[in-house]
Design a protein around this ligand. Sequence first.
Ligand SMILES: Cc1cc2nc3c(=O)[nH]c(=O)nc-3n(C[C@H](O)[C@H](O)[C@H](O)COP(=O)(O)OP(=O)(O)OC[C@H]3O[C@@H](n4cnc5c(N)ncnc54)[C@H](O)[C@@H]3O)c2cc1C
Length: 559
Amino acid sequence: MKLRSDIWKDIKHRKNCEVLILGGGVNGTGLMRDLALQGVNCILVDKDDFTAGASSKSSRMIHGGLRYLENAEFKLVRESVTERNRLLRDAPHYVKPLKTSIPISSWFAGLIKSPMVFLGLPVSVGGRGALIVKMGLMFYDIITGKHRVTPKHFFTSKTKSLLEIPGLRRNITCTATYWDAWISQAERLCVDMIQEACAENPDCTAINYVTVTKQDSGTVTLIDQISGEDTTLQPKIVVNATGAWIDFTNKALGLTSHFMGGTKGSHLVIDNLALYQALGDRMVYYEHQDGRVCITFRFLDRVVMGSTDIKIDNPDRAECDDDEVTYMISTLKGVFPDLAISKEDIVFKFCGVRPLAASGFEYTSRASRAHHIEITEPDPDRNFRIYSMIGGKLTTFRAFAEQTADKILDQLSRSRVVSTQDRHYLGAGNYPVDEAGQTQWIERVARASHADKAYVTHLFHRYGTEAETLAAHQDESWRTPLQTLPDYSVGEVTHIARTECILHLCDLVRRRSVITFLGQATPDVLEELSGIMAPLLGWDEPRRKHEIELALTEAKNGK
Ligand SMILES: Cc1cc2nc3c(=O)[nH]c(=O)nc-3n(C[C@H](O)[C@H](O)[C@H](O)COP(=O)(O)OP(=O)(O)OC[C@H]3O[C@@H](n4cnc5c(N)ncnc54)[C@H](O)[C@@H]3O)c2cc1C
């Protein structure tokens, strides 16, 4: 990608495009990648940074959705499992298998409740026993069975479970274990998709911090949030992929819609060695007394836990409040009563809004996680169609993008020329999947590039096989580790600031890297990073200080 200022100049020269995509989350960027590959020219704009919405605030599970079986959403589970398996294969540098264990408190609980949920009858909250979990996991194995890439589920006795998961509450009957997957850097996946789209199709471009309003019947106005400049564009089609903001965005386009019924969900990132060690390589998936399902798993050298599920009308107001923090810590203490876990262990918290379709369900967990496209036909005031991408999950974005792209290709009377079904993502080409292969790969690249092996290892974990191109930089700055975060080099930070549409320090530490997420966005780190970025992005001293303040506030409040 070019410098953001150059991208804006290019957009100002454009008078039209085939598809204008609003929203740079996983659905918008996934669609951009797909359309670009079909030769469709598109412009993507985000009112904030790319992935500033739910896509950077999810639980990071790439999962079939065991829980959706209870809601009889078999089609969704099948699609999710297929997409999960594709991501494991096509993005192995980001998506890894995840062993998941459920502590179970009784044999028969839920035998009445779960079928009632299945039949759509109202139910009160309460636990699920071993028998009902067994039935769910058997179904899950059957659905996932045909193209199985993960092991089958199994049950473990109470005694063995307590040995394997030290600190787990003792009043369990057994645990059930099955496999799903998790994604380490969903934010980078989205930026990678933009990069791939721009590289594959030079008529495609993407920009952040730009909003949209309707001008007259055939045009929209794009407004640069930074300079205040605007430009007019004539798109053939507009795609509204703004997640929880879809109704707000439609309003800006002069359209009244009531498609969305989002719920906010908060997570905590925790630095607690006892919890980290107790979890080992597994996620613990547990039900709190109030029936809310929570998850806890290792994320690099931290632990992530969540989430809440609370109705919210305006996604801009979503934040992780003190009550949620207290609630989440209490659920953790409930499942690990012997471990000393406290609010002081929290290094980061974040809150996002699930872009769910509007539904009348009292229990938010019953609202479907399926996706669909709403097409609004042109009218006398607006001569382009609007496709609103409603709902979905991180897991299923590729399928959703494909379904939307197919409809758009139809409208443009064009045919699909490239399938994304078995296309690997940036950084996954020739990726060595086993440990021995990875060691060999790292040694080979370190030798060829004369780069430090430990640094090549970090690059490999962050960028997959794209690390080879990065390690090949012979510039001294690539051999100069940051003083405050030696895992990164000055050259790497410079490269991200120059090529990934960075405008703020927050963009780099929160959405192009996991620095804030891991609780590493300290004043010293931000001081050093902003010192590198300032000359590249033309920041004077007051602006640099302001950027540090913004990044510290985000690290503390975790919006
Ligand atoms: C708490 C939580 C937990 C989740 N856990 C999981 C999980 O474990 N697994 C899973 O598969 N899924 C999970 N999800 C769901 C998943 O994150 C979302 O479905 C997915 O990220 C939605 O992507 P999106 O692109 O539609 O929306 P978003 O990622 O929200 O992107 C929308 C973008 O639109 C931009 N925007 C808003 N208004 C405008 C405008 N007017 N013009 C231009 N741009 C605009 C925003 O800035 C944002 O960047 C979770 C979601 C949440 C909130």
